[in-house]
Design a binder for this molecule. Structure first.
Ligand code: UDP
Ligand code: MN
Length: 308
């Protein structure tokens, strides 16, 4: 038996919970990760022993490239520090992304991957499932053990470490953690493959951060993409796009770990008392400006071309 460094820490208690103000376990015995409920030294040692490799995939399509720098720079400070990390940037602007020269820590690499683009922002969101499925099958599965998929209009402001990793993990959406099933914005039309009846559902999960082993992420993204394509044939689009399909998947294939809203916060929600850390936080954006409207420069370019 290999005997590494001695590790000293307080004995875990059987009768005294580390926190009593939040729920730390689902009825299917998946932990819900909150600050103060785990010892990161134990977890780091366990994951390092196995030499875990972690992928972080995010999309930077069209104007969303503007979020890239802050995302990567803050990830270098807070995301899986001390572990092997591959960033995968899926973009339609490979050349532009190549211009950034990110200084990465040891054991960390960044890859720019070509992604198609779509006219409608809704389609960009929907197609994330297909792109992740294909790249997982063709590449990620050979390069990393776990894959996390994140929105890019975000920044890290505190640690997101191996405590968050599991076979399949989802994040409780910051807008819905204390609401009833009926208030969840699940897809409610029975024609859609994302349909969830009013008496089902556990949590409302955010599409802005989820992950798992590459095998599990393949299954999840394949299921969601197939649902999206079936809906398309019937000319129906789920209310919250790929997030609706993700929520459907998680009802039947329950996540083995849940991340509390510490792992996806939006400061517009204020800072409630139970929230001890804000680890991954939305960067405010002008939705219309960033998703739809062309910039003045682009308009000028377009009208110039039209004249020629
Ligand atoms: N996205 C993109 N280009 C777009 C629209 C969306 O790259 O034009 C990607 C980007 O990674 C973004 C994600 O899709 O973070 C989800 O879209 P968005 O963040 O706008 O959704 P919201 O968080 O506002 O629901
Ligand atoms: Mn977002």
């Amino acid at each position: 038996m290999h005997c590494g460094k001695r590790m000293l820490y307080e004995k875990p208690q059987a009768l005294t919970p580390p926190r009593t103000d939040v729920v730390m376990m689902t009825p299917w015995l998946a932990p819900i990760v909150w600050n103060g409920t785990y010892n990161i030294d134990i977890l780091n040692a366990q994951f390092q022993l196995r030499g875990v490799r972690i992928g972080l995939a995010m999309f930077a399509i069209k104007k969303y490239v503007v979020f890239l720098q802050q995302f990567i720079e803050t990830a270098e400070k807070f995301f899986m520090v001390g572990h092997k990390v591959n960033y995968y940037i899926l973009t339609d602007r490979v050349e532009e992304v190549h211009q950034y020269n990110f200084k990465l820590g040891e054991g960390r690499q960044l890859f720019t991957l070509q992604s198609p683009t779509y006219k409608r922002w809704q389609d960009i969101c929907f197609r994330r499932m297909e792109m992740i499925r294909n790249y997982t099958r063709d590449r990620f599965i050979n390069e990393v053990d776990y894959l996390a998929v994140a929105d890019i209009d975000m920044q890290f402001s505190d640690d997101v470490g191996v405590e968050s990793l599991s076979e399949l993990f989802g994040t409780i959406h910051p807008g819905f953690y204390n609401l009833s099933r009926q208030s969840f914005t699940y897809e409610r039309r029975a024609e859609s493959r994302a349909y969830i009846p009013p008496d089902e559902g556990d949590f409302y999960y955010a599409a802005g951060y989820f992950g798992g082993t590459t095998e599990e992420i393949y299954k999840l993204t394949n299921y969601c993409h197939n649902g999206i394509m079936a809906d398309r044939k019937k000319n129906i689009e789920a209310l919250w796009h790929e997030e609706s399909h993700l929520n459907k998947y998680f009802i039947y294939y329950k996540p083995t770990k849940l991340l509390s809203p510490e792992y996806l916060w939006d400061n517009r929600m204020g800072i409630p008392g139970f929230l001890k850390r804000r680890r991954f936080v939305a960067v405010p954006k002008n939705h219309n400006e960033i998703r739809n409207k062309r910039s003045i420069k682009e308009k000028q370019r377009a009208s110039k071309n039209a004249k020629h």
